[in-house]
Design a protein around this ligand. Structure first.
Ligand code: SF4
Length: 430
């Protein structure tokens, strides 16, 4: 029996790094410090596994699956590579290399979640801090369109609402917590102030708060369903906070005018910095979606939605994003890495995916593997393979390998390297 300490959880953007995992005979038998999701990830990582590669539904070996994939990708005119948010940075690195080699389009799941955040970050920047600073300093925390009690289970206890810190020695008692959402949630029941706003009215509410913070008189009695006196009290509290933070989720980025909402929220935080210290952080979902954008930015200059068809990187969300490419029926082959677009994309995009050669590298059976021409099983990073991932605040953290994968099952990065080597041969050593 072996006990691994300081294990990092490879599930959500919190990347909790204090897990203790007990292993016996290469099996995980116990976890400590896990939340319910993490417990399930570690204890059930063998459920629904892909155990061998398939081509056209026929069992095959890795070499044939790689060779067939390489032939499809090397001969495609407009290949798409998509996914990347639940794999290690080393695999993301290889994916960009592959996209450049085949002149393809590469996009990550960020394009259907925090794309507006990334676009805002590029255009006006984000005023950010680490989760450690927030734990130690924040005395006013606002969750906007985000419900960590369902999505990031240990966020409240490790980083935001409850932990004690250097300047927050009494933990929860030192903090005023606000939730803004369109409906009551588990979070709304435990915060100090809950603003139940009308759907798709975030921009108006943020703009009203900005106006009040700037000293503008508002004549309306309510904005987005919230009485103006409550907004005035909140604005005053924000200005007087010692260290404030806005954590926002898909409720802000994926409601109407998502990019304008994020832009306005960053503007509000910027205005508040004339009075006090205030930061804003996206609640990134998948454990390495931040890494997908970061690694891609180093290598191509752009965070997602990148086209290499001209031999150099071009960036255009809305044109080179996976859903748009598929809806225009442009892609003639697709490689999906650690993602399940068939379960999440609009029907029109999925319909085109079913009509082109589809290759999927994943650990488990999902809707996309069921429709794929070629399926290649992969090792689970953070359990069966090591690698690097970026936490939601941009801190890189090393994931540990704690057990051996089944024989012949390789990490995504190694599978991609084999594919790249084969394509180079097919292209005459290019
Ligand atoms: S909060 Fe997220 S990273 Fe932390 S243990 Fe739970 S699933 Fe894992």
């Amino acid at each position: 029996m072996e006990v691994f300490s300081d294990v990092v959880c490879p599930f959500c953007g919190c990347l909790c790094d204090d897990l203790e995992i007990t292993v016996e005979n290469n099996k995980i038998i116990k976890t400590k410090n896990s939340c319910a999701i993490s417990l399930s990830k570690f204890m059930h990582h063998e459920d629904n596994r892909l155990n061998y590669p398939t081509v056209d539904g026929r069992r095959t070996d890795l070499v044939e699956a790689i060779n067939e994939s390489a032939k499809i990708l090397a001969s495609a005119k407009r290949p798409l590579i998509y996914g990347l948010s639940s794999t290690e940075c080393e695999a993301i690195n290889r994916s960009i290399e592959l996209a450049e080699l085949i002149g393809g389009v590469i996009d990550s799941t960020a394009s259907v979640c925090h794309g507006p955040t990334i676009i805002t970050e590029q255009s006006i920047g984000l005023i950010k801090s680490t989760l450690g600073e927030i734990k130690n300093r924040a005395d006013l925390i606002i969750f906007w369109g985000s419900n960590p009690t369902e999505s990031h289970l240990r966020h409240l206890t490790r980083y935001s609402m409850f932990p004690t810190g250097l300047f927050t020695p009494e933990g929860r008692k030192n903090r005023f917590i606000v939730a803004v959402d369109v409906r009551k949630t588990k979070l709304s029941r435990i915060v100090d102030l809950f603003l139940e706003i009308e759907p798709n009215k975030d921009f108006e509410l943020i703009s009203a708060l900005r106006a009040i913070v700037r000293g503008v008189k508002i004549e309306a009695e309510q904005v987005s369903g919230i009485p103006i006196n409550i907004l005035k009290e909140l604005a005053e509290r924000m200005k007087k906070a010692r260290f404030g933070v806005v954590f926002y989720g898909l409720g802000l980025t994926q409601s109407e005018m998502g990019d304008m909402n994020v832009n306005a929220a960053v503007g509000l935080v910027s205005d508040l910095n004339h009075h006090t210290k205030f930061v804003i952080l996206p609640m990134r979902g998948h454990f390495n979606v931040a890494g997908a954008n970061t690694v891609s930015s180093w290598l191509s200059g752009y965070p997602f939605a990148i086209d290499y068809s001209r031999g150099y990187s071009r960036y255009n969300p809305g044109e080179f994003t996976a859903v748009d490419l598929l809806e225009r029926k442009e892609a003639d082959a697709a490689l999906i890495i650690a993602s399940d677009p068939v379960a999440h994309f609009p029907a029109s995009a999925v319909e085109h995916l079913t009509k082109i050669p589809l290759i999927t590298i994943d650990q488990k059976v999902n809707m996309t593997t069921l429709l794929s021409r070629i399926v290649i099983p992969a090792a689970t990073v953070g359990i069966e393979a090591d690698g690097t991932a970026y936490r939601m605040d941009g801190i890189p953290i090393r994931l540990k390998k704690i057990i051996e994968p089944s024989e012949g099952i390789l990490p995504d990065s190694e599978i991609l390297k084999m594919m790249i080597d084969k394509i180079r041969v097919l292209k005459g050593g290019y």
